[in-house]
Design a protein around this ligand. Sequence first.
Ligand SMILES: CC(C)(COP(=O)(O)OP(=O)(O)OC[C@H]1O[C@@H](n2cnc3c(N)ncnc32)[C@H](O)[C@@H]1OP(=O)(O)O)[C@@H](O)C(=O)NCCC(=O)NCCS
Length: 174
Amino acid sequence: MPQHDLNLEIIPVPEADISALVELFLLVERQHEQYWPLRWALRADVHQRYTRWITANRTNPQWLFIIAREKAVGGGQRNAGEVIGGLAAAMNEEIPIYQFTHYAFIHDLAVREQARRRGIGTALLDYALNWAREKGVNQLRLMAADRNTAATALFQKFGFQTTYREMVIPVAPN
Ligand SMILES: CC(C)(COP(=O)(O)OP(=O)(O)OC[C@H]1O[C@@H](n2cnc3c(N)ncnc32)[C@H](O)[C@@H]1OP(=O)(O)O)[C@@H](O)C(=O)NCCC(=O)NCCS
């Protein structure tokens, strides 16, 4: 597993690391906001809101909030390395016409810039895939912005297939 080679640990986010995880996720969210504000415009108090949301849901079995960090040398030390990657996913219910009822969905994934191309994104996806498998669902979904070539390359290499394209039309107010 990449985690082993990298001396990396991937764990459910401890309360003390929620703020660092939110900062990491906000890098992605702000990137998306720049792509197309209509679709991804963030609220001014997004950090507080995201922190509250993770705090409220991090032990909910329908949610997955994980972080990647370097293992402390010698192991067992409380303060291992800083958060260098994170992923948020959830169980979602489908409309009742398909043979499956639920699917897992990745909402956010990010790796710190200086830690990229070391397999951390892949390791986080591996964890999410195992989580989805343990939940008994038959699929793990995500959405990637067309312009996000790094993410698209990662997802394709990992085995995700493009199934459809989200399309949005601005609705002008009357
Ligand atoms: C996308 C992202 C999570 C990838 O994380 P990562 O830890 O660098 O990914 P990995 O090291 O596991 O990469 C695995 C493979 O994905 C592909 N890949 C990853 N980043 C790439 C890039 N910038 N350009 C081209 N291919 C890339 C490569 O095939 C890579 O294998 P290789 O390094 O052996 O060539 C990271 O770039 C990131 O955090 N970006 C900003 C946030 C973001 O866009 N998140 C996704 C939102 S949907």
